[in-house]
Design a protein around this ligand. Structure first.
Ligand code: SF4
Length: 336
């Protein structure tokens, strides 16, 4: 097929996907609960997540839980943007917001503590680092990425107090609900630890978001669907679904260079994401259905660099199935 024909065909398929969605948490063709829809409903305008590096480290790197970090994690601690640790947080935020406003001139920001484990410090240190952000008028929410073993009762109590000033989100890496995978990935905690943390956070008012990764070595489609079922069961407010990025400065990247292992194709990934969306409750916000690969150190799979193509393919597949997020959710209200 020639390039023009291909474009025409894609346009035709996208038009088919654009048929009005029956999904209640959408005002477009989307059949899943997108982050932009959730923000628009809550604030009526664009909010940009501004990544910040507060200079924390990670217990899975310094020997407290383990050495070397999770096998898929880059030396930058999973921060997928280039941040400058040690730089004044306000300067980082200003620069990020300025960048966002080139695209969305009236955007306000979400202060997003992204890299490493941002509650991995004694409470007084956390208070010193994080508290000033709650006074920034142009930071509408505060989002804190961390590990479940880096939160305790006192930290949760303090964050719940801060949550009365402005919404606090805690983002936790689940990655997979299969503990044997997490042992192989050198994660340093399993599902029990995460479930206990979610229990502690319940009722605090703090919003939660879980990260999961599809395509981890040795995982079957059913394993990935089990991860989605686990997420539905612990019921965070939001989820981020990523494809595994094999990056050069990670342990997994180094093994891949020595002996490449099989990875999901885009077609398989799209099928799995649609299957997972069907299992998740409709009210759960899906912040991402694929990640942003950092082009210069991405070894594989290279299709992940085409984020928009993957997102469009998910829209088309859900429309083709006449399906939507939560169609097979077996929660309190049952599936369809
Ligand atoms: S993914 Fe998170 S927990 Fe794992 S090594 Fe990286 S920063 Fe630490």
């Amino acid at each position: 097929m020639g390039a023009d024909m291909k474009k025409k065909e894609t346009r035709k398929q996208n038009t088919a996907a654009a048929v009005l969605s029956p999904f209640p948490y959408s005002d477009t063709n989307k059949r899943y609960h997108t982050y932009s829809y959730a923000l628009k409903k809550a604030y009526g305008h664009k909010l940009a997540k501004i990544p910040l590096d507060a200079g924390f480290t990670c217990p899975n790197r310094d020997g407290t839980r383990g050495y070397g970090g999770c096998a898929f994690c880059s030396s930058r601690g999973s921060g997928d943007t280039i941040l400058h640790s040690g730089e004044d947080l306000r300067l980082q935020f200003d620069a990020g917001l300025q960048r966002a406003r080139q695209k969305w001139p009236d955007a306000k920001g979400i202060a997003y503590f992204q890299s490493y484990s941002n509650t991995y410090a004694p409470l007084p240190v956390l208070q010193q680092v994080l508290a000033p952000v709650f006074a920034w008028e142009d930071a509408v929410e505060v989002s804190i990425a961390t590990r479940p073993d880096c939160l305790d009762e006192d930290k949760i109590r303090w964050l719940a107090e801060m949550n009365r000033i402005k919404p606090v989100w805690v983002e936790l890496g689940l990655q997979s609900a299969k503990d044997s995978t997490m042992v192989r990935m050198n994660r340093g905690h399993g599902t029990a630890c995460l479930a206990a943390c979610m229990k502690q956070l319940a009722g605090s008012g703090i919003r939660t978001c879980l990260h999961i990764i599809n395509g981890l070595p040795g995982e079957s489609r059913e394993d990935m669907l089990d991860t989605a079922r686990f997420v539905a069961g612990v019921h965070p407010d939001a989820v981020k679904i990523h494809m595994l990025h094999v990056i050069s400065d990670s342990a997994l990247g180094q093994s891949y260079l020595k002996a490449p292992f099989p990875l999901l194709s885009m077609e398989d990934y799209v099928q799995i994401v649609c299957d997972q969306l069907e299992l998740l409750p409709g009210e759960m916000v899906v912040e991402r259905i694929t990640g942003d690969g950092v082009a210069e150190n991405l070894l594989a799979p290279l299709w992940t660099a085409k984020k928009r193509v993957t997102m469009n393919a998910v829209d088309r597949e859900l429309a083709r199935r006449d399906s939507w997020q939560g169609k097979l959710y077996a929660g309190e209200d049952g599936g369809d």
